[in-house]
Design a protein around this ligand. Structure first.
Ligand code: BTN
Length: 263
């Protein structure tokens, strides 16, 4: 396995905060758990936890995120936004993933609402956003990103639905280049004016006009994806002709409210 060359990543970074501290792990269960511990221990805004391999990588709705060693990017970014900016992360992160891929390859990824990044109809990257609040205060947010870079994607569990940069391009891309581009784009998108962020995110949504089926709590809604609003909600035109905004669903544990200080 070729380990990530962290100094090479640092040389390519032009950020002020994002990725200025990177915890590098050869293997871990999930970078989300390590990042949570680091956030509780006062890690600064923009700190990153990166792993070569995850033994219990997880996605939205508790799904497994296949995380073989040394091929892809598995990272969690620790952010300390105002509570009002938490929802914007659902736009910031997939947009930054798309722009990073566009910056280092000829590929043109699209977003499947709310925050999957697809190429050729297959999933290239997934985003998992979690937050921890105390009363009205957001203590921290975690943005987990899994981006398939040089993975042949031959795991039978995902071969039919996932892709990687190398599978699309027919050649490998240095992970350092992709990671640095991603961190640079994350900082740019995070600090973009809300209107610019929304229009750039909206222009990449491939879901619009498509039939969709959404599960919200115990209810299932079917209809057509009519639009997305500037808070990241999908406007669903139901089969009875009415419209309904639908917020990006979070996994049950995603945003928990604590009355006590953080763990
Ligand atoms: C999804 O598409 O359901 C989200 C996938 C998120 C995967 C990343 S990999 C790095 C971080 N650690 C995890 O356990 N999950 C996220």
């Amino acid at each position: 396995m070729t380990e990530l060359d962290l100094p090479a990543v640092e040389r390519l970074l032009h950020t002020r905060e994002i990725g200025r501290r990177i915890t590098y792990l050869a293997t871990t269960a999930s970078t989300m758990d390590v990042a949570r511990d680091e956030a509780v221990a006062a890690a600064p805004h923009g700190a990153v936890v990166f792993a070569e391999e995850q033994t219990a990588g997880r996605g939205r709705f508790g799904r497994r995120w296949v995380s073989p060693a040394g091929k892809n990017l598995y990272l969690t970014l620790i952010l300390r936004p105002d509570v009002g900016r938490l929802r914007a992360l659902s736009m910031v992160v997939p947009l930054a993933v798309c722009r990073a891929v566009e910056a280092v390859t000829p590929l043109r990824p699209v977003i499947k609402w709310p925050n999957d990044v697809l190429v050729g109809g297959r999933k290239l990257a997934g985003v998992l956003i979690e937050g921890e609040s105390s009363g009205a205060e957001l203590l921290y947010a975690l943005a987990g990103i899994g981006l398939n870079v040089n993975d042949p994607v031959d795991d039978p569990e995902i071969a039919g639905i996932a892709t990687s940069l190398s599978r699309e391009l027919g050649e490998e891309t240095p992970r350092e280049t992709v990671l640095a581009a991603l961190l640079n784009e994350l900082e740019d998108a995070y600090s973009a004016p809300p209107g610019d962020l929304y229009s750039a995110w909206r222009s990449r949504i491939a879901t619009l006009g498509q039939p969709v089926r959404l599960t919200f709590r115990d209810e299932v809604y079917e209809g057509t994806a009519e639009d997305v609003d500037d808070e990241g909600s999908l406007i669903l035109r139901l089969t009875d002709g009415t419209s309904r905004p639908s917020r990006p669903a979070r996994s049950p544990s995603a945003v928990s409210r604590r009355s006590e200080a953080c763990r």
